[in-house]
Structure formats: structure tokens, C-alpha cells
Design a protein around this ligand. Structure first.
Ligand code: TYD
Length: 225
């Protein structure tokens, strides 16, 4: 079931983490970064969108710091996320994959479909085309979706005091985002299971154990190709 959909055109492994605010992606990525070197030899690279490059961190502050500028129109927001991604793929992700690294990325193309497509209401097929331009065809070996009720996730984010421009959107907006993740998951399930859902309301330790099992299978599969 969890075999990579694409034939590997690089020796690395590209794993993306997705989910609504407060779903625990960062905690799990940190844990996996520590654990992966203990079970396999490839270098591990952790990165995120927006903001995985120097250009990207400037784009990130344009996108997420609410007070810096006039309100961003939806299409400008979409294009800024795409610009961040194009730079990220060419400057960091693809070169690391070509060196055989395991790249763990906090958010990628599915975020744009969920947030700008379902959240903002922009046309999803247009976003898919734009994603194809931004990635130049690079797709994750696996996308892990930490699925959580947005009300719970937003509460966690507020409790941590880490509120950005998107976190400030209404609960209704974040419910549409989660619906977007459900829609993408359903579509991908028909095509080859490259998106794996995990219940993010489980305990942090049990989520880590499940993630380790899935990722180990993927690493072993890749090594045997
Ligand atoms: P971040 O602080 O990294 O939040 P999180 O810890 O929840 O990932 O902020 C990233 C924000 O940008 C998050 O609200 C989702 C949003 N986003 C989009 O709207 N579209 C995109 O394509 C990406 C990559 C992120």
C-alpha cells in the first residue's frame, strides 16, 4: 500500500508533512530528525515551506507577518507561495535528493491546494498547474497528513502564542482547509496512495511510533530498489 508512486529519479527520499495549524508536524519532524540517523546511513535534511531558503525566508515574512503591509490579495498570496516553492525545490530539495538525502519537509504542494484552493476558494485545477510549474515535476515519495480537528489545532497554536496571519483566519476558513486535505486524500487514494493519514489527536509518542514504522518501510523499500 505505501509503495512510492513514482519511479525514483533520484537516490534520495522526499517525505512531506501536512496538516492544519497545531497538528504537531514540527514536533514529529524534530523527533524523526533525531531518530533517522540511528536506523539508516543517509543524511537527513529538515526544511519547511514557506521559508526553506534565504529568498524563502523573506517571502515567508511577507506572507505571514500581518502588520508589514497592505492586505495581500488571494492571487498574490498564491504566487508568493509558488515563488517560495520554486526557489526551494531548485536550490535545496532537489540537490539534496540527488545526493541521496532523506528530506523531511514541513508543508508542500498539498498546503496550497488546501489553503489557497479550499480555504480561499481559488480554482484548484489552476493551483495544480501552478504547483507543477513551481516543483518542475518533483513529487514527494510520501505525504504524511496529520489530521486534526481545526478547533483543537487552533487552540493549541493560540496556547503556544504562535499566531501568524493565516492562524488569524476564522475557524470556518480552517474547516475548509481540512476539507481540502480530505478531498486531496480521497483523490490520491484512487491514484496510488501517496498520501497517508494519521490521527493527530493520538498521543505524541504513539504518532511517533506509527511514523517510524511507515518511514522505515519506505527506507527499506528504497534501499532494495
Ligand atoms: P507556519 O508558521 O509554518 O505554520 P505551521 O506550523 O502550521 O506549518 O506557517 C505556514 C502557514 O502558511 C500555514 O498557516 C499554512 C500556510 N501555507 C499556505 O497557506 N499555503 C502554502 O502553500 C503553504 C506552504 C503554507
Amino acid at each position: 500500500m505505501l509503495t512510492p508512486f513514482n519511479p525514483p529519479h533520484h537516490p534520495g527520499l522526499f517525505i512531506v508533512f501536512e496538516g492544519v495549524e497545531g497538528s504537531g508536524k514540527t514536533t514529529q519532524i524534530d523527533r524523526l530528525e533525531t531518530w533517522l540517523p540511528t536506523v539508516q546511513p543517509a543524511p537527513v535534511v529538515c526544511t519547511r515551506e514557506p521559508g526553506g531558503t534565504e529568498l524563502g525566508s523573506q517571502v515567508r515574512s511577507l506572507l505571514l507577518d500581518a502588520k508589514n503591509h497592505d492586505p495581500i490579495v488571494d492571487r498574490a498570496e498564491l504566487l508568493l507561495f509558488a515563488a517560495d516553492r520554486a526557489q526551494h525545490v531548485d536550490q535545496l530539495i532537489r540537490p539534496k535528493l540527488e545526493l541521496g538525502a532523506i528530506v523531511l519537509c514541513d508543508r508542500f504542494t498539498t498546503s496550497t491546494i488546501a489553503y489557497q484552493g479550499y480555504g480561499r476558494g481559488l480554482d484548484v485545477s489552476m493551483i495544480q498547474n501552478l504547483n507543477a510549474i513551481a516543483t518542475a515535476g518533483l513529487v514527494p515519495d510520501l505525504t504524511i497528513w496529520l489530521d486534526l480537528d481545526p478547533a483543537v489545532g487552533l487552540r493549541r497554536a493560540h496556547d503556544r502564542g504562535m499566531i501568524n496571519r493565516m492562524d488569524g483566519e476564522s475557524l470556518e476558513f480552517h474547516r475548509r482547509v481540512r476539507h481540502g486535505y480530505c478531498a486531496v486524500a480521497a483523490e490520491l487514494a484512487q491514484r496510488g496512495d501517496r498520501l497517508w493519514r494519521i490521527d493527530a489527536s493520538a498521543t505524541v509518542d504513539s504518532i511517533t511510533r506509527d511514523l517510524q514504522a511507515v518511514i522505515l518501510r519506505l527506507v527499506n523499500h528504497k534501499q532494495n530498489l
